[in-house]
Design a protein around this ligand. Sequence first.
Ligand code: PMP
Ligand code: GLU
Length: 403
Amino acid sequence: MGAEAISDRIKAMAESATIAMAQAARELASQGVNVINLSVGEPDFTTPEYIKEAAKKACDDGYTFYTPVPGYVELKEAIAKKLKKENGIECGPNNIVVSTGAKQSIANVVLSLINPGDEVIILAPYWVSYEDIVKFAEGKPVIVSGSIENDFKPSAADIAAAITPKTKAIMFSSPSNPAGAMFSKEELEEIAAVVSQHKGVYILSDEIYEYINYVGGHESIGAIESVKDQVVTINGFSKGFAMTGWRVGYICAPEWLAKATQKIQGQTTSGTCSIAQRACIEALENESELKKATAEMGEAFLRRRDLIIGLLNEIPGVKTNVPQGAFYIFPDVSAYFGKTAPDGSTIANASDLSLYLLNSAHVSTVTGDAFGAPQNIRISFAASDENIKEAVARIAEWLGKLS
Ligand code: PMP
Ligand code: GLU
């Protein structure tokens, strides 16, 4: 009786560290503590007005019924058009499956491809959920790590060395969560040159932060001829359009794989929200409004990135690099491991440090352990300039109390 009745599958699953930390911050705030939440991975902007208006209209126009499992055809067409035009990916609506967030898209693809024991190469530092989704499918995560010195980007040679006859997929995000790493066209071509030699290996390219980049553009590996039939491009509306709560993500995949993911979706969640999907059609098709919204958000994120790097670099022992995309900075804080907190406890690792910062400085961050990089912590700079300044001042003060 009770919790022991829970399946082994769910017992073995770790709780999402990003979600757990955001929840811990909310709980502390609900007790009246002035917490600055830099753990949560979402834009602090509300959804652009023109998208909200489209949702209201969709409601009034009667879009309140079940939707086709892979998404409205108009949305799939708008996505295919965007991918062809902006990303150079050859595709049509039958390659697109719209899901309840990119998180579901990733789970659908992994569950559709991975058999027990199949190896999935995950480039680290990686987004928290990749590893547990692979384990959920009974696959074996194989971690290939980059380091702060190379902007957290493993090389094509590192990937080649990790491929075995059991490798079925390679997963990464670019721009990356948690490090903001971005692969250039040349780097993607080097990776493609390796993977194209292994036709049974699929690349899961998570491009959800594509619009949030500081290098003037984003490259998609799905556009590279030699691997185009091996790539699943994952994207969605949460980050670039400030639509986290609307729950719309999508894949662009070979048709046979797109069909397989529809089977899972048809038996579990069905098509995602009708109103959100109609709003997403407008989000993509109204290009002038989209450009305005992404430019405004991009400008703010760039200013905040530079602000937080400058402030963190003033703290002794905190080592940063310059994120090229997304809205996270991922400093190496290992200089503080082994030190003693004012209450006598030892900060043994990044998890201890992140909890110390939450409970003492009242700033929430996420431990690097969750992203496969135990020397680091993730700090989101999707927050106001005032909150960033205050948070880093508190972090500096409380790190200074460690001896
Ligand atoms: N991929 C990455 C790298 C992310 O950071 C997120 C955000 N949690 C997702 C996928 C999932 O996004 P969503 O489910 O909100 O579309
Ligand atoms: N992607 C965000 C993050 O990494 C949202 C939380 C989540 O879904 O993990 O914080």
